[in-house]
Write a protein that binds this ligand. Sequence first.
Ligand code: FES
Length: 696
Amino acid sequence: MKIVIEGKEIDAKEGISVLDAALEAGIYIPHLCKHPDLEAVGGCRLCSVEVEGIENAVPACKTTVEENMVVKINSEKADKTRKMAMELILATHPADCTGCHKYGKCELQSIYQYMGVGPDKWRKKSRTVQNDESNPLIQHLFTRCIRCGRCIRACRELRGVKVLDYQRTKNGIEVGIDGGKSLEEAGCKFCGACIEVCPTGSIMDAVGIMKEEVSYSDSVVPCRAACPAHTDVPRYLRYIKEGDFAKATAVIREKVPFPETLGSICNHVCEDNCKRNEFGNPISICKLKKAAAESHDDSWKARAYKSKPTDKKVAVIGAGPAGLTAAYFLAKKGHSITVFEENEKAGGQCRYGIPAYRLPDEVIDKETADILEVGVELVTNTRIDDPKELLDKGFDAVLVSVGTHEGSKLPLEGNDLQGVYINSDFLKKVRQGAPVELKERVMVLGGGNVAYDCARTALRLGAKEVHIACLEDINMMTATKDEIEEGKEEGIILHDAHSFLKIVGNEKVEGVELQKVSKFYFDENRKSIIELVEDSNEVIPVDNVIFAVGQRPKGTEKMELELTHGPYIKVNEALETNIKGIFAAGDVVTGTKSVISAIAEGRKSAESIDKYLGGDGDITEKLIDEEKTNSYIGRCAGFSKLERTKTELIDADERKCSFESVEKTLSKERASCEAGRCLQCDLRLNLKQPKLWNEY
Ligand code: FES
């Protein structure tokens, strides 16, 4: 229907409000208590307009359009009502906006700028009201509250949580919780909808939650942002909660072709960034991923895209997580891909650097097979030293993703005695089933997960007494808490904060001399500073020593590529090396990182190589349709305190005698319960952002 607003004729949909009709036509009418996702209540009166034929000004948000209606926004009557409404609001609002985080984004500020008034002029009374900073994740600054009720309605109508309401207090009417309870006590779900709809800076994220250096959505959903491949964590957790493992797997596979591998061994930085850490109980994201992936539901394949074949050929050197990920996405873009692997099987560090009790062969085999199925050719037992040769042989691009497979020894006295091993050789031999001679007592030098891999493997090979020594204090070790805990249960003796002075022995290892460390840190030049405790030396008698003190790339010096920091390949932003057509990705560029970081690098290199070959570089994929999420999440008593679901482990005595998987996968019921603890931080991003006056 036709209506006229401020002299301009517009088309309006039948049944909508005058406010919505105006905003849809790009005409601004001030409004505050109306939010695009909330029903109009007509409370603030800032949207007052004059309608021809009606005596008094009416709220545009509560007035339905009628054919040939004539509406004036800036009439005398409308202005007067609006000014009175604004005067009431500003009577208790702080005059100085400069310290508010919403400055420049505040809807109230936008309206009084539109009206040409300043808060200093309008403010009548001052309020000294205490802020509520007692809740994790959410804080409430009452002085900025204008009692528009949007937070209450969002909590009630949009989320069904219903913990917020108007409360009568000694300071008058305030938004709060029944009985003066905390949000935690009231069963708040901490979804953040109240923060999102607050038009001023009254309800906001607690200090430190929002990060200035990242985008708004990354701050709001830190688990997804922290994952190097940006897997959509809240989305797949919702499916796991619903028991739909097939859809959860599809969501994960949109970003990574190794869901089960990651569910087994990912270093899960997502969990470190989970907002539930504020309650001390982050979601067990990694183990939920494993539960979903182990369902082995392949229905995602039905939606997987495969572009028409191009006539381009790409060689990938190294079948680790970076190389195989790149190969997978490049093959899907229609290119012809050959992966050259030095070893007899694909998997790289996942197969040869991680023990089978953490990541069984069958998992790597299955996920590699899925990659080969899209048309990737795998050539094993083939070492490529010169990537340029492959260009000469007709490949249009080459990706070097050979990882960091060479472990190193520290320059310690005794490091060449019989019985000394290097982590990479040791773990690889065991994985290949090659004989490894170990005696009864073993010392592993290093404080990362690889040290634990070596130590726990030594136990499984029959060593009776296994030690780990590292410079770092236990709280600074890079090994995950789980590894340290599980290793302890299996009987590994940890000497944290110890320096290794020498390996003692005559031809054969007889012991390691350690000395206590009082301080260990890196100075501003990244030089390690170690301060030792005098007279704290002791020799631990052992028969074998395994160095687990880092790994580096092998053979890159022969590749004629520009290197950096020793053997690492130098690349630009697009992962191109100094030779046109040759790219590099993964640990060989970044240094030893995590499997998920290597996968992210593989994705990035696939995008770059596809562009280099004339494609659009777009490897995004939707393996299931975006579904409308149920955002009516309801209240849950004790929600913030719900305990993290523990993964059951095989008994320590049993597991240290075998290379079988050490942990039992979460059942569907337990996985659903655990996923149900998710705060669903992403839901608030689905709420519409009202536009400010200057955006019209
Ligand atoms: Fe219409 Fe508040 S926006 S009365």
